[in-house]
Design a protein around this ligand. Structure first.
Ligand SMILES: NC(=O)c1ccc[n+]([C@@H]2O[C@H](COP(=O)([O-])OP(=O)(O)OC[C@H]3O[C@@H](n4cnc5c(N)ncnc54)[C@H](OP(=O)(O)O)[C@@H]3O)[C@@H](O)[C@H]2O)c1
Length: 242
């Protein structure tokens, strides 16, 4: 199939966890997918996997805290696939140092830059293209962006809570262009992200959590909804979530 006839999805944090699962599911459904993250090798492996199955994929390694890199990547997605129909923002960071008594401002700024500023920067780069096609946006936020979670961390909670505002301003201002955004708030998901907790969950605890594929299915529901349907916010948790 000519890649320019496929719908195009750009995913930040596409090299692992939920971003990777979203990429594989979307590619199976016929989307061309562009993947960004810092680790080139993990992105390239997914591109190979998708290509081997007859799909279309592109690796765009970058650090989401680098505004110029995001701008260039948005242009490259469009140059390669002919446009942009959807954006999934999955790149995220936390730290084991989550309390005022042990966190440092350097790390605080990095978490906010990754979880919040980069979401705005990616949107700023992608919106001119999304407006042309009435595109969909899914921000993988967090339970901590939906309700206060004491263990989530100072910087993480602040940054994810603010992502909700970004999605609401998008929906309020960009609907006129057909752009719709979803603030997706997962509870515990068994991914590498758990390694950033002060107490890393063991296998038994992970077995009770959501999987990255559960989130991919949820994202697919949002992306495949008809153009007049906006899913403003979704909270998804494992049955065991406290
Ligand atoms: N797992 C959970 O329990 C959970 C629950 C709620 C919400 N979330 C959120 O879900 C999202 C996805 O996380 P995940 O659970 O799927 O874990 P993950 O596999 O660790 O995914 C995080 C992704 O973000 C990318 N990333 C981090 N910093 C980056 C940077 N500066 N520039 C570019 N990419 C960056 C990582 O790629 P590189 O390291 O290659 O850059 C990685 O692919 C995150 O936003 C997280 O906050 C997770």
């Amino acid at each position: 199939m000519d890649t320019t006839t496929r719908r195009t999805l750009w995913i930040t944090g596409g090299g692992s966890g939920m971003g990777r699962a979203v990429a594989l599911a979307a590619a199976r459904s016929g989307w061309a997918v562009a993947l960004s993250g810092r680790r080139r090798d993990t992105l390239e492996k997914i591109v190979q996997e998708i290509s081997a199955a007859g799909g279309a994929a592109l690796a765009l390694p970058l650090d989401v805290r680098d505004r110029d890199a995001l701008t260039a990547a948005a242009e490259q997605v469009v140059a390669t696939f002919g446009g942009l129909d959807a954006l999934v923002l999955a790149a995220g960071q936390n730290s084991p140092r989550r309390r005022w008594e042990d966190q440092g401002m350097e790390e605080f700024e990095s978490v906010v830059a990754t979880n919040l500023t980069a979401v705005a920067t990616t949107l700023d780069a992608a919106l001119p293209h999304l407006r042309r096609r009435g595109g969909a946006v899914v921000a993988i936020s967090s339970y901590a962006g939906w309700s206060f979670q004491p263990g989530a961390g100072v910087a993480y909670s602040a940054s994810k809570t603010a992502v909700s505002s970004l999605m609401r301003t998008l929906n309020q201002q960009e609907a006129v262009h057909g752009v719709r955004a979803c603030h997706l708030c997962p509870g515990d998901v068994a991914t590498d992200f758990l390694e950033q907790r002060p107490q890393v969950p063991d296998e038994a605890a992970r077995a009770l959590m959501l999987t990255a594929e559960d989130i991919a299915r949820t994202v697919e529901f949002v992306l495949e909804s008809p153009a007049h349907v906006r899913v403003d916010e979704l909270v998804i948790s494992p049955l065991s979530q406290a």
